[in-house]
Design a protein around this ligand. Sequence first.
Ligand code: GAP
Length: 500
Amino acid sequence: MPKEDLVNLALRRSLFYSAAEIYAGSPSGFWEFGPVGEKIRRKIIDLWRKELVEREGFLEIFGAQILPEAVFKASGHLASFADPIVQCKKCNATHRADQLIAEKTNGIVPESMSTEELAKLIKQHDVQCPKCKGKDFTEVRKFNMMMKVDIGATGQQPCYLRPETCQSIFLDFPRLFKTMRVQLPLGIAQSGSSFRNEIAPRNTLLRAREFGQMEIEVFFNPKKINEVPRFSEVENYKLNLQTLKDKSPRAMNCKEAVEKKIISAKLIAYYLARAQQCWHAFGIPIEKMRFRQLADDEKAFYSRESWDFEVETELGWVELIACNYRTDYDLAGHAKESKQDLKVKEEGCEEAFIPHVFELSAGIDRTLFVALSLALKTEKRGPEERTFMELPPRIAPYLVGVFPLMKKDGMLEKAQEIEEELVSYGLDVFFDEVGSIGKRYARVDEVGVPFAVTVDYDTMKDGTVTLRERDSMEQKRVKAAELPLLLWKLQNNKIKFKDI
Ligand code: GAP
């Protein structure tokens, strides 16, 4: 489904829209989520929590969004978290130098390329300013993407809005390791907002200045990187891997990928598999996924081995999760800057060491955008065309719409009674009594509500209702009293609609 269709739907149904939109000149790259969009967003986080965080026994924290300068000195962000920019001398527009070159050459420009090399390429390829077509640019310079905030009345405490949620995880690790009665390997997770002063925010939620991340950092003893008790659960599970040598992804099971040293260790293969399984639960088809191995000059400054989890969309491959082997880079950096000893000891082992870290760092809003754009479908049925969103029930904004056929003869009250009953079972219900039944179905279909219940004259006689499935548009007659269990089973994939 083209990006424009999703953006139009998002605006028409207030799924997401620009922040401070009534003010002209509000900065771009900040987004708000309306009631339906926020429900989907929350369910994406909840599913990640259930499928990855809780299943793996990880700890979850809620860290501060503003952290002192020392944290980012230690993490390397002050020195290295910068994009190369140029300014057009004719219209003064600022652009990312690497993106201008990539767009002109249809190629990837390595993150590690120096400003001098970028300037050379701009000249060599006769790059133009996308705004005014000018060809005269200032020198390429590095622009730090962190957003600074000065804390206190005198502003003498320099702080930054976090550019990634995981720094709190590294800072909290020593305390949690001591107080939570845990052992290595230990996973710590967090979801929340990150902030980056992107030069060119674009494609709505795909490149924003404030965006959600769901991050997991797994701390482990590097000598035990191949001791993964649950590896047998994924050893035959296939990942779509695209190594540096491959032109396209190929499916390979985890065991083979480790044995052939395509993935360096069992622990890494294990978590790549868990990530792929979780994103599949968001409705993303396996054949549209790949883990792309990053070359040394593409990797983030803290990573030894990186695999980008990417999904194929009509905009090309979009990175949803950065999977990085961060070694002891962060803990060692914080130990040095804070002058604290961040070494740990494992039971039965005398030697203290700084744990290594493998991370799964996912974008919430990118996941939402990609899941929605792949789920949005149009279908011709006779002369009519319908739009529906094929979202899995667990991330749909509501599980079921409840509609009285008419407001008279007790149908409104009966439908309200059913709604209350379903809500009392913790199910997410959307109630609508306005407009024709066809229009009410269409309204819930396009925002992804998988089921609808209609209360009609027969309900008043025999207590049955019509249960309709969004994707097939099939309808079944079921007893109203059986709805809570039936809908729960449908939501949790314990039963298929066709088998009712
Ligand atoms: N802790 C590692 C880290 O933050 P990253 O590749 O910079 O790695 C991880 O970001 C994920 O966060 C990306 O894969 C993407 O899904 C999301 N992300 C990063 N920058 C973003 C932006 N400007 N807008 C929306 N999502 C973004």
